[in-house]
Every structure is written in C-alpha cells, then in structure tokens.
Design a protein around this ligand. Structure first.
Ligand SMILES: NC(=O)c1ccc[n+]([C@@H]2O[C@H](COP(=O)([O-])OP(=O)(O)OC[C@H]3O[C@@H](n4cnc5c(N)ncnc54)[C@H](O)[C@@H]3O)[C@@H](O)[C@H]2O)c1
Length: 389
C-alpha cells in the first residue's frame, strides 16, 4: 500500500456517486473523509454494509474501512482536508439549486485557506458563478474545478478507471493540482473551461436521452399504423451492421437523463422544439404500453416484472417502470410486482416472488428486464414487454 498522498473530504460521500469515488480514492492510500447527512447510511458503511447495489463496491468498501476511511455528519470537519469534493444530488429545480447553494456556502465558510474544491455533481454555470462570487472563495484563496461524473450507475468502479476525467477550470488551462490528483489515481485528464465542461456534461446525457427517445418515437409511429415494430426491427437488424448501435425501445428514466436534459434545455435553449418534444414522445410511449396491456391481457390481473429504472439495478429514483405500476393501478389492474433487487421497505406496496404468484394469472408484463428474469418459465403466459430484450 502506498503512503497517504491526499487528504480528501467527499461531501455527499454516501451517495451513488460519492461512495464509489470515495472508496476508489481511498484504495490508493489517500486519507478520505465521507461527509453525509444520512446517519443510517453512515452506520451501514462503517459496518461494511452497502446502502445500494454497485458492482464490486463491497470489496472496495472493505478495503476502505481497513484503510481507516472516516465518516462524519458534520461539515466543519472539512477544515482538516486540503481537497473537498462535492457530490450532492442536483437538478434544475429551485429547491435543489437553493440546497446546493446553501451547502456551498457552508463548505466555503468551513474550509481552510488555500483549499481546493472539486464540483463533481452535475451543475449549471450559475452555480459556478455563485461559487466564484462567494466572499470566502476570494478571501481564502480557494481553487475550483468542475470535474463532472460521467459513469453509469452499476459500472462506476470499472468506469472510474477507464473514462478520462474532464477538468473544467476558469481559464480552460490545465491546473497542475487537479490534473496531478486524478493522474495519481491512474485516470487520464482532459482540461477545458467551466462553460465547455458544463455544456459537455449536460449535452452528453441529453444526447443519450434523445437517442433512446428516438427509437420510442418510431415504436409510437408503428403503433399508430398498427404495425408490429418488433418484427420490423428484427428484420431490419439482421446482418445489417449499420443498425448495430441502435438502442432498444424502452423506458428512459433514472436519476440523470431526464433531469440533465431538462437542465440542458433551461440552461442553453429553453425554446428548443426538439428538446421540448422528448418528454411528450415518452409520454405517448407510456400510453402505448398501457394500451398494449389492455389489448393483450384478458382480465385485470397481472404480474409485473421489474420496477427499477434500469436492468440489474436497485435504484427506483425516477423509474418509469414504477410510474407504470401506479398508472396500471389507476386503471384498475390488480398487480403482483416482482423485483428481487428492491427491498420491501423501499416501496409501500407488497412485493412477491414469481413462483408464488405464477399460478395466479397468465398475464405477465416485463417492465425492467433484469438478467435474473431470463430463466423464468413464461410458457403459456401472455407477455407484454416494454423493451426489446
Ligand atoms: N447516479 C448517477 O448515475 C449519476 C451519474 C453521473 C452524475 N451524477 C450526478 O452526481 C450527483 C450526485 O448524484 P447521486 O446519484 O450520487 O445522488 P445521491 O442522492 O445518491 O447522493 C447524494 C448524497 O448527498 C447526501 N446529502 C444530501 N444533503 C447533504 C448535505 N447537506 N450534506 C452532506 N450530504 C448531503 C445524501 O444523503 C446522499 O447520500 C448529482 O449531481 C447527479 O446528477 C449521478
């Protein structure tokens, strides 16, 4: 194990982004403090219990605890740390923006002179400007970088090692301190200015949201014309490599894509007809799935497989499969939801095992296709699939 090199405090460090990052930094022998207001999560972490699913993180957490990673609920401890990384949840809502600003104020009030701050949360230009204008920022000679997180949840530890780190600085010129920090973690760095980094991060997720929405729009059009989209896609893709990278139709939810697209629209092009149409297209997609359920299922009882926002995840944040559950409930469906990734206490309704309910109905709706569903025996069932898998 290498000697301690950096003293790093990660604010919001028990979250989906903060935790893998904190453990990863700790695995390089650095002195890491996780600051988070969620006491329950901190207790779990100090006992090597993960608060959410993330590939490979359990091992990293164990190593971090062996390396004496520290946990705290209070911000004032950051004054012992030279580098502060902010990984709080963000969005374009006024409430979230105010919370972030309040937290930044606390951070700047408590950091010691000549500290360095990395904004890792997805933020806007306004947040950067407000930080730069903060009186403590100037008084204490703080250095700031915007280093957006670009990993996909579930793959963070793999992608932390593989993806280059965008470093936004005020003048767009490489800053030795920040570059050296990431390079010490064997991460390649790319420097640009704050404005480009903000655009880059929000545009990337808006682009991905657009790609997924585009295929849903073609499904909507096929439905309008009473055509079997799945049959068409299967034929179109067969031995036709130009469509290899085409995404599957399906729900586009989760904690990033919708929110970041909305922030991108508000930040850069509020009246963009294209961006404004995306939510409408996905809402029509939902209507088409609801219509399919009415059409295919002979009665109003069904088993719903998968509730999380994407396969093999336990994250229900902004999950459209969960939204579908509630929409079907409103339409009078009696639902047996099945999702072994979701803890019973995370939802207000009862979860079931597939085997226990399989005989109660032949109607099966696959809304989020976890790998574990591949081996289920669905013979004799009427199946509605939201995605292509
Ligand atoms: N989840 C993703 O896949 C992903 C990917 C890339 C970027 N991002 C961005 O990363 C940021 C963090 O997202 P996340 O998914 O990790 O959110 P999260 O909600 O999982 O984590 C945020 C953490 O901050 C803590 N917190 C809240 N208020 C606090 C306070 N005042 N002081 C200290 N801690 C506080 C919460 O308890 C929570 O543990 C967001 O800006 C998000 O857009 C997320």
């Amino acid at each position: 194990m290498s000697v301690n090199k950096y003293k790093v405090a990660v604010v919001g460090g028990a979250g989906h982004i903060g935790l893998p990052l904190s453990c990863f930094i700790s695995s390089y022998g650095n002195d890491v403090l996780i600051i988070d207001t969620d006491t329950e999560k901190l207790n779990k972490l100090s006992n090597n219990v993960l608060p959410f699913k993330e590939d490979g993180l359990k091992e990293y957490l164990k190593i971090a605890n062996k390396n004496n990673i520290k946990f705290s609920e209070t911000i004032d401890e950051i004054n012992n740390y030279e580098l502060i990384i902010i990984t709080l949840g963000t969005s374009s809502s006024k409430d979230d923006l105010n919370k972030f600003e309040t937290l930044m104020n606390q951070v700047l009030e408590n950091v010691s002179k000549n500290s360095k701050i990395i904004l890792r949360s997805t933020i806007t230009n306004e947040t950067i400007d407000t930080t730069l204008d903060n009186k403590y920022f100037k008084e204490k000679n703080i250095k700031l970088a915007y280093c957006p997180e670009r990993i996909a949840e579930g793959n963070s530890l793999k992608e932390l090692k593989e993806l280059p780190q965008i470093i936004g600085t005020q003048d767009g010129i490489e800053d030795k301190y920040f570059s050296s920090f990431f390079r010490s973690l064997d991460i390649k760095t790319l420097t640009t200015d704050f404005k480009n980094a903000v655009f880059l991060k929000l545009f990337t997720n808006s682009y991905r949201y657009s790609q997924f929405t585009l295929i849903n729009e073609f499904f909507n059009i096929a439905e309008k014309n009473q055509l079997d989209f799945q049959e068409i896609i299967d034929l179109a893709k067969l031995d036709y490599p130009r469509l290899d990278n085409m995404p599957s139709k399906g729900f586009v939810g989760g904690p990033c894509l919708i929110k970041d697209t909305e922030t991108f629209r508000i930040e850069f092009s509020e009246d963009s007809q294209f961006l404004n149409s995306l939510i409408k297209i996905n809402s029509t997609f939902m209507t088409n799935i609801l219509n399919k359920c009415n059409e295919i299922f002979v009665d109003k009882k069904l088993i719903q497989l998968g509730l999380t926002f994407k396969p093999n995840s336990d994250d229900l944040r902004d999950s459209i499969s969960l939204e579908l559950y509630f929409n079907l409930k409103k339409m009078g469906f009696d639902i047996y939801p099945v999702d072994e990734n979701v803890f019973q206490e995370s939802v207000e309704f009862e979860l079931y095992d597939f085997e226990d309910v399989s005989k109660l109905t032949n109607n099966v709706l696959i809304s989020t296709f976890h790998d574990s569903f591949v081996n289920l025996d669905l013979s004799g069932k009427r199946v509605v699939k939201v995605g292509n898998k």
